[in-house]
Design a protein around this ligand. Structure first.
Ligand code: ZN
Length: 641
């Protein structure tokens, strides 16, 4: 326990620029200091440190805070760990005597546990490198996997001897408590070593301390479990641990992506091959706690599945958890018979990276595709599929993201968008209702429905206000990804020119500023007679514009890889062949939205104005807009009330 007075002292002593400069270079810029953000990948510095305010803020990714939060974020430390780090840096003594006897005792136990695991780790390592059994069996196994010595040492790999009492007798001789050895699962009650004749993997905490072990047998004896793990203890909670995170955290942040694999050896092999942003959930199904751990470093998860993963559908269901946390999930399926370990060895770094880039598919779209292949034309399976996809989409907390998925899935499933919207909303409603029942079982029925309706109304307004942006994004997507294509060969018109010409008059009406900037840029470029290519957007100096373009274009690339795999939906043409129809509809939808909101505005004015001349004009405009609305709606084949 750190006394509050000391916490204050630490916080007021720590200078943000000094704390940050231990990890990155800062350059003075006026009253502030600037550097490359360690929390996201960037080429031009937007990480700003304000010595006078004693805080930092990144204008790229939005991370901000003080010295303590910087250390927590950067090093993955807990609050207390970060305070201790800073206290050490500034030589501020922490008086610990405020601990109660119970807390003191608990702390002593925890400290002893770490010491014992450290001791065990060293023993296992010594066995591996110095005993003949360890060398012959353990070391040769690791070498046969292709691990070099520096990797073996870095990951604290080791070997547990077959003797059965070797470890425990040495540990007792070194005065480690038998009781503690048992609680840590290093010794059995009957006085034998728990890990025998196994190669050993050390499991590290985020700050690199050994908190547990996994032992793998090399015997083909089926009666023995392939892996055994340390039991849970005060320092080891399986649900809260990701294997390899200590070694991966910096790379995860740099790459802004966390790769998730199934086994310890996958983590180590990829790491050795140079892919360091990789962790494993090691044996357990992915837990909420593990996802939250990942979220400290990135919002993007890429899951690699073995090519022959049986029951992939069941695995997919578990992934809704990640969506609930607001993370972006992509999946990659390896070729049949391969796992990450073997793949990276066969392909090598470059090819493997390329494979991941080419085959990563958005989770919901992946799920849609897999299930669609499976369902074929079976109506019952198709209904279940739609329900399943709706379940997943309803888990996404972000309204806008949800809308994008609904739109995309309606296209791919060939189901009316409105139906998906309705089912998703009703799913969300029933989830809210369930949660309320759980938290307050005695709630009066009327009270309950009133509350739900209120929340529902809020989420509907949300949808409504963001609605325009939704149509706007559609236009932007077409301009960025398809703008350079030829729309009409005879007149040599590009898609961009066609879209702009059709939106003449409402081109300044984008609600979203960023989208407006894209439109302005396209307008300017095409005015000068230049044909836009996607690369113009990717290299654009406007950072948010550039990022938006990259996102949109990478979505397009995933279509392409989809096609390469030869798996196309039967109901749907590839987006490329559809682009003319897509562009046309997007324009109509956008127009309709704009006309509707103008109508609404003018109607209000008509109801409030007292100027009869103005009223006359307003009514004329109103009638004109109504006609336009009807025409657009007819073309869209939509009934407008
Ligand atoms: Zn940043």
């Amino acid at each position: 326990m750190i006394p509050p007075k000391t916490i204050e002292e630490i916080k007021s002593t720590a200078k943000i620029e000094e704390v940050v400069e231990d990890f990155l270079n800062l350059k003075r810029r006026g009253v502030n200091m600037l550097g490359l953000c360690p929390f996201h990948d960037e080429k031009t510095p937007s990480f700003t440190v304000s010595p006078s305010k004693n805080i930092y803020k990144c204008f790229g990714c939005g991370r901000a805070g003080d010295s303590v939060s910087f250390i927590m974020d950067h090093e993955g430390y807990s609050y207390t760990e970060a305070l201790r780090y800073l206290a050490k840096k500034y030589s501020i003594p922490i008086e610990e005597q405020q601990l109660t006897p119970e807390l003191l005792n608990e702390k002593l136990i925890v400290d002893s546990y770490y010491l014992i695991n450290e001791y065990a780790k060293n023993q296992f390592s010594e066995n591996l490198f110095s005993s003949s059994e360890g060398k012959n069996i353990g070391l040769s196994y690791f070498k046969s996997r292709g691990y070099v010595e520096s990797t073996i040492k870095k990951f604290d790999l080791g070997y547990a001897l077959s003797d059965g009492k070797d470890f425990i007798s040495k540990a007792l001789k070194s005065n480690y408590k038998k009781e503690y050895l048992e609680s840590l699962g290093l010794a059995s009650k009957s006085g034998y070593d728990f890990f025998r004749e196994r190669v050993m993997f050390t499991i590290h905490s985020i700050s690199g301390k050994p908190i547990g072990f996994a032992g793998r047998t090399l015997k083909s004896d089926k009666s023995q479990p392939k892996y055994i793990n340390s039991p849970e203890s005060e320092i080891y909670n399986k649900r809260k641990v990701l294997y390899g995170l200590y070694f991966a955290k910096t790379a995860i942040r740099k790459e802004d992506e966390c790769i998730l694999v199934e086994g310890y050896t996958d983590v180590i092999s990829l790491h050795q091959a140079g892919i360091e942003n990789v962790v494993a959930s090691s044996g357990t199904a992915l837990t909420i706690e593990q996802i939250k751990l990942v979220k400290r470093y990135t919002e993007n998860i890429l899951i690699i599945y073995d090519g022959d993963s049986a029951g992939i559908n069941a695995a997919l269901r578990g992934l809704d958890l990640i969506l609930e946390q607001g993370l972006n999930v992509k999946l990659v399926l390896l070729p049949t018979g391969e796992d990450p370990d073997s793949s990276v060895k066969n392909m090598g770094y470059e090819k493997f990276k390329q494979y991941l880039a080419d085959h990563a598919e958005d989770f919901i779209l992946f799920k849609t595709r897999i299930m669609l292949e499976e369902a074929g034309n079976d109506p019952i399976k198709r209904t279940r599929l739609i329900k399943d996809i709706v379940d997943s989409i309803s888990k996404i907390p972000d309204t806008l993201k949800r809308s994008v998925y609904i739109q995309e899935c309606s296209r791919r499933l060939n189901v009316d968008e409105e139906i998906l919207v309705k089912s998703t909303n009703s799913k969300i409603r029933s989830e809210i209702k369930n949660r309320q029942k759980q938290s307050n079982p005695d709630m009066d029925y009327n009270e309950e429905t009133a509350l739900i309706d209120k929340q529902y109304a809020v989420s509907q307004t949300d949808r409504y206000t963001k609605g325009d942006e939704f149509q706007e994004l559609d236009i932007i997507r077409i301009l960025v990804t398809l703008g350079h294509k030829i729309y009409d060969e005879e007149s040599n018109t590009t898609v961009a020119e066609y879209v702009l010409a059709n939106l003449n008059g409402i081109l300044d009406n984008f609600d979203n500023e960023l989208y407006q900037r894209v439109v302005n840029y396209v307008l300017e470029t095409t005015k000068n007679g230049r044909n836009l290519v996607p690369n113009d957007f990717i290299t654009h100096e406007d950072e948010p514009l550039k990022n938006l373009a990259i996102t949109l274009l990478s979505e397009e690339y995933s279509y392409a890889s989809w096609e390469n795999k030869g798996v196309m939906l039967q109901t749907q043409k590839p987006p490329d062949e559809n682009f003319i129809k897509d562009s046309y509809q997007a324009i109509l939808r956008f127009k309709l939205k704009k006309v509707l909101s103008s109508l609404e505005k003018i109607e209000k004015e008509i109801n409030t104005t007292e100027d009869t001349e103005k009223l006359k004009t307003l009514i004329q405009v109103f009638n004109h807009l109504q006609q336009e609305r009807n025409q657009v709606a007819r073309e869209l084949n939509t009934v407008v009330l």
